[in-house]
Structures are given as structure tokens and as C-alpha cells.
Design a binder for this molecule. Structure first.
Ligand SMILES: *Cc1c(COP(=O)(O)O)cnc(C)c1O
Length: 227
């Protein structure tokens, strides 16, 4: 780890702590040794976006790491992931939600999940619309409807752009979706309290807009070649 990386880490974790948010260090594509270095500096939350890669890392690294899965998840991969994931940020369909619940129940677990919303202009990004979420959530209102999952909030990715006003508008939209779901479906659920937004390029804005979980990769680990 370079001195500059250490310095960035210190700055980002202080900013995150000041905002009472969680810093998820996005370690996708990074070697185990790099994760270990951040672990030794006290970092415990790490984010991955591929199932085999996360399983491999989880196997080799300390047990008190909280693994956040942040990538698009296919339903046939849920089974492999379920015993190892602590927070699943990317529930982007009702079918995926049901599969996560099913596999978690089978494994005797309750998994924390976030509903991922499409807030960016790019078409390629996954995510629910608030209309779709509002159409299926009523079915699962009863406390025992989904015993394997705890829906703890929302996640979104802003458009990849330099235009701050656009990113700000998209973050505002995610907060609005969160507030609406909170009052409509989760008013009595204190665990529904997370808004996962903000990456290397936009995390200060995200924190200013009310993010409770930022997902930062390249600013901590250095530039990625892929992923
Ligand atoms: C890769 C990734 C990040 C981190 O991106 P950086 O720009 O490297 O900070 C955050 N969220 C998701 C969903 C990602 O896939």
C-alpha cells in the first residue's frame, strides 16, 4: 500500500464516520494480500461483485469481515453465495428476492438485503423502478412472509458523468424512493435505515445527500484494469 493510499483511506474513513455512514471497501479484482492490508488498518466491510471470487476470498480471510455483494446476481448463484454474504446490495427483482429468501431459509440464515433501484440515465444499469417495487412489496408485508431476509434499505448507482447536478438529482431520487418505501411499507421497521450510494467519483456528494453506505474501490486500492 502506498503512502497516498493510506492517506486517502484515512480521509475517507473519517468523512464516512463523521456522516455516521459505513465505508464498504470495494475489493473486486484485488488480490487477497491487498484486502489483508486494509483489514490490518481496521477495515472490516468489503464489497465484491462476482460469486466465485468472493467465496475464494472469504475462505482465505478472517471471519470477522463483513462481505457485501454489490454486483448483479443471477438466481442460480444465490445458493453458493448465501452462506457467506452479510449484506446483499443488489436485489433487483421480485424473483431474486424470493430466491434469496428460499436459500437463506434452507441455510438457516437471515440475510440483510437492499433493494437496488435504477436511478441512472444509462440503460445498462440494473435496478428496480419504484413502481415495480411498490407493486410486489405489499405481498410481503406480513412479518413472517420472508423469514430468510431482512430488507434494510435501498441501493443505487448514479450515472457515470462529471456533471454534479445530474448526480445530485439522481441521489435525491434514491432518497425520495427510500422515504416513500419507508413510510408506505417499513414505517415500523427500524432496520429499514440504509441508503447505499456513492463511489470513488461521487461519494462526498452521496454523503452530503444522506448516504449511509458508500462503496469505494479505486480511490482506496488504485485504478482497476477491469471489473
Ligand atoms: C465497482 C463498484 C463500485 C466501486 O467503484 P469505484 O469507482 O472503484 O469506487 C461501487 N459500486 C458498485 C456497484 C460497483 O460495481
Amino acid at each position: 500500500m502506498t503512502e497516498q493510499q493510506k492517506e486517502y483511506f484515512d480521509i475517507i474513513r473519517h468523512e464516512t464516520a463523521a456522516a455516521k455512514a459505513t465505508l464498504v471497501a470495494v475489493s473486486k479484482t484485488r488480490p487477497i494480500s491487498a484486502i489483508q492490508e486494509f483489514y490490518e488498518l481496521g477495515q472490516r466491510d468489503f464489497g465484491e461483485n462476482r460469486v466465485p471470487e468472493m467465496l475464494e476470498k472469504a475462505k482465505s480471510l478472517p471471519n470477522d469481515i463483513r462481505w457485501h455483494f454489490i454486483g448483479h446476481l443471477q438466481r442460480n448463484k444465490v445458493k453458493d453465495l448465501i452462506g457467506h454474504v452479510d449484506v446483499l446490495h443488489s436485489v433487483d427483482s421480485e424473483r431474486l428476492l424470493l430466491e434469496v429468501n428460499k436459500q437463506a431459509v434452507k441455510a438457516g440464515r437471515v440475510v440483510d438485503v437492499l433493494l437496488q433501484f435504477h436511478i441512472a440515465q444509462e440503460e445498462s444499469k440494473y435496478g428496480l423502478t419504484s413502481e415495480v417495487a411498490k407493486s410486489f412489496l405489499p405481498q410481503y408485508q406480513q412479518s413472517e412472509a420472508l423469514p430468510g431476509v431482512r430488507i434494510i434499505g435501498v441501493m443505487g448507482m448514479a450515472t457515470f458523468t462529471d456533471i454534479d447536478e445530474q448526480i445530485a438529482t439522481e441521489f435525491d431520487r434514491l432518497v425520495e424512493i427510500y422515504e416513500e418505501l419507508k413510510s408506505t411499507f417499513f414505517a415500523d421497521k427500524t432496520e429499514f435505515c440504509e441508503i447505499s450510494m456513492g463511489m470513488s467519483g461521487d461519494y462526498p456528494l452521496a454523503l452530503a445527500k444522506g448516504s449511509t453506505m458508500i462503496r469505494v474501490g479505486s480511490l482506496l486500492f488504485g485504478k482497476r484494469n477491469y471489473g
